[in-house]
Design a protein around this ligand. Sequence first.
Ligand code: GDP
Length: 364
Amino acid sequence: SLSIGIVGLPNVGKSTLFNALTKAQNAESANYAFCTIEPNKAVVPVPDSRLEVLSDLVKPQRVQSSTVDFVDIAGLVAGASKGEGLGNKFLGNIRETQAILHVVRCFDDDDVIHVANSVDPLRDIEVIETELILADVQVLESRLERMEKQLKGDKALAPKIEVAKKLLAHMDEVQPVSTFDSESKSLDELLVELHLITAKNVIYCANVDEEGVVEDNEYVKSVRALAEERGAEFVKISARMEEELVGLEDEDYQEFLESYGIEESGLHQIIRTGFHSLGLISYFTAGVKEVRAWTIYEGDKAPQAAGVIHTDFERGFIRAEIASYDHFVEHGSEAKCRSEGVLRVEGKDYVMKDGDVTHFLFNV
Ligand code: GDP
């Protein structure tokens, strides 16, 4: 399944954040009952207040959230791309993820050693990103070499070789794949083949202390500005605080956040942002047995969405009866939506929308 890789220099707070995510996983154990438990992976429920609203209306026996997977990729250091230490193994692990959460240290604390002896988020980001670019360059170079050998027998490779050379020139300027401004079928093919790390979406995560939570410090401001410049996502979090928060009851949790003047915890923001950066959305089923959010790709059609519940639902798909979330909440039930004329009947070409409250009809 899709996952987000957590990267960053040593001692920036990755493990602390990962522990908080793991606790969030364990708090809603139903979500990972069917998953193999892997020590470096957290299958985390996606916070969605709409689920609570729906369960208040439907009063089901259980409620289940969508989930998103985070993978802890510890150990990425300067020199990783040269295969120093276990560098290559970590780079391999990042390649298998679909988005990157880049944790950056934005707090001062003399008791926590910084690998470069000073706190400087932009320098830290550059260190990590340079390693990732160098790793991608190696992959691209060896692919290019191979294609050039094959060119004699397969002239059709020419456009792909051309685009690979251009991309390599771009990356030789220490630029990530994501800023390579070009569109072609050959480029798309190349990117699909190579799983280049710096082509993935990045969420920059500024890890702050308690003061930093209340007000952006200078470190945070610089990372926020960088993210904006790059059109990337940004989240501010205090990993240490979140680790303590996760166990709290809802009310205490809310009270705690309010005492810091924040509306939503950094951890929740990370989970939600991560989910969206993977191109995922949720639709709902709202039965008396279960109110549930189901995870699909943006752009999925109704039969594919049905297939997430059961492959038979996709194969035997007839139609979907759908109320928008707002309509469902306004009228309170599927029956009422039907009698009010807002329950839509959708066929196999319908593109699902986030929040659709759905009932599938199918042949078995
Ligand atoms: P990792 O190497 O990136 O996984 O970093 P860790 O999560 O192990 O954190 C390194 C150290 O920094 C630990 O001692 C943490 O307790 C500490 N740490 C993490 N977040 C914060 C924070 O927000 N403030 C302070 N003062 N220390 C933190």
